[in-house]
Design a protein around this ligand. Structure first.
Ligand code: NAD
Ligand code: ZN
Length: 379
């Protein structure tokens, strides 16, 4: 029986309050409106950005909310005006959009779409500002326009990448955020030259994907920096060659890295969300040519402080969302890299849980045990 045009009742993991375990609820998911699609989510995973906004410590709280933005699924139905997607398409919802029509979408340099760039404070759909989720008539807020911790979700069609239907969604779902973010931060933004040295701050999925980018680019040394030394063994599999735990040193980590590298690394990529690490990642690059790229999502009141001389000495600081990839144009190609065995995804996936045990994925991340935990929706 077709569900097109009907409300769908399904399970969703709802965050009612900051920092409290998600609660499995039956929600009503409205049909997609103009330029929207409704997606049956098959696999989702947990990214640290979900955890920050769920904790809402340094972020604006917005509850009740359905989190989740790293996922894979199948289009169930499409709203008016959607021409590039149809029911049955295999898709990755993406937290940032590509309308195809704004100055950013026309620019080769930017993925900051004017219509649908990442907006962590928006709890409804841009068409009417309203939510497509409700429980007994009470609306539940969306998160990043994706809300993938639900068996069905409604997403703007500009935030949906159509991918090869042969790609296993339980693996390529991680391409929808963490993998592409880290990989692109190195390959598209830091752009190390063959033989250069790269420091990666934070060895979670995003940082390890950044390391993977450094390996693909032919970096000679990949220095991993993390406060959690348990990350170091795992990171060797990702080509990280040397390790620094700032807690093991009396001197600032910038100085430790400068001493290891004869003045600084050629490139650094920060994937922690800690403003201290962002400053360290900038100050540890070599003068004259060093480039640092910020990827971690900071707290609301953070401020980046460094001496201007660090810039005059010809260091460059950049930042990026989603590794500068354009969701629709570029992401199908990243999936193809996996299909062609140029990219390994399996090694990022350390845990799997059924949807009913989604809170375990939060525990694994908070304890620093998981790289990525895949949440299986049907289970
Ligand atoms: P994660 O929790 O799996 O990994 C973060 C790692 O950083 C951990 O191993 C932790 O021990 C380490 N760390 C924390 N503070 C540190 C410090 N001061 N110095 C060194 N290491 C430190 O998280 P993740 O899912 O890999 O995400 C990493 C960051 O990237 C988060 O801030 C997340 O919000 C952000 N993110 C950004 C984008 C983007 O488009 N810019 C997309 C996805 C995720
Ligand atoms: Zn656009």
């Amino acid at each position: 029986m077709s569900t097109t045009g009907q409300i769908i009742r399904c399970k969703a993991a709802v965050a009612w309050e900051a920092g409290k375990p998600l609660v499995m609820e039956e929600v009503e998911v409205a049909p997609p409106k103009k330029h929207e699609v409704r997606i049956k989510i098959l696999f989702t995973s947990l990214c640290h950005t979900d955890v920050y906004f769920w904790e809402a410590k340094g972020q604006t709280p917005l509850f009740p909310r359905i989190f989740g933005h790293e996922a894979g699924g199948i289009v169930e139905s499409v709203g008016g005006g959607v021409t590039d997607l149809q029911p049955g398409d295999h898709v990755l919802p993406i937290f940032t959009g590509e309308c195809g029509d704004c100055p950013h979408c026309h620019s080769e340099e930017s993925n900051m779409c004017d219509l649908l760039r990442i907006n962590t404070e928006r709890g409804g759909m841009i068409h009417d500002g309203e939510s497509r989720f409700s429980i007994n008539g009470k609306p539940i807020h969306h998160f990043l326009g994706t809300s993938t911790f639900s068996e069905y979700t409604v997403v703007h069609s500009s935030q949906v990448a159509k991918i090869n239907p042969d790609a296993p969604l339980d693996k390529v779902c991680i391409v929808s955020c963490g993998l592409s973010t880290g990989l692109g931060a190195t390959l598209n933004v830091a752009k190390p030259k063959k033989g250069q040295s790269v420091a990666i701050f934070g060895l979670g999925a995003v940082g390890l994907a950044a390391a993977e980018g450094a390996r693909i680019a032919g970096a000679s040394r990949i220095i991993g920096v993390d406060l959690n030394s348990q990350r170091f063994d795992q990171a060797k599999e990702f080509g990280v060659t040397e390790f620094v735990n700032p807690r093991d040193h009396d001197k600032p980590v910038q100085q430790v890295i400068a001493e290891m590298t004869n003045g600084g690394v050629d490139r650094s990529v920060e994937c922690t969300g800690s403003v201290q690490a962002m400053i360290q990642a900038f100050e540890c690059v070599h003068d004259g040519w060093g480039v640092a790229v910020l990827v971690g999502v900071p707290s609301k009141d953070d401020a980046f402080k460094t001496h201007p001389m660090n810039f005059l000495n010809e260091r460059t600081l950049k930042g990026t969302f989603f590794g500068n990839y354009k969701p629709k144009t570029d992401i199908p190609g990243v999936v193809e890299k996996y299909m062609n065995k140029e990219l390994e995804l399996e090694k990022f996936i350390t845990h799997t849980v059924p949807f009913s045990e989604i809170n375990k994925a939060f525990d694994y991340m908070l304890k620093g045990e998981s790289i990525r935990c895949i949440i299986t929706m049907g289970a």
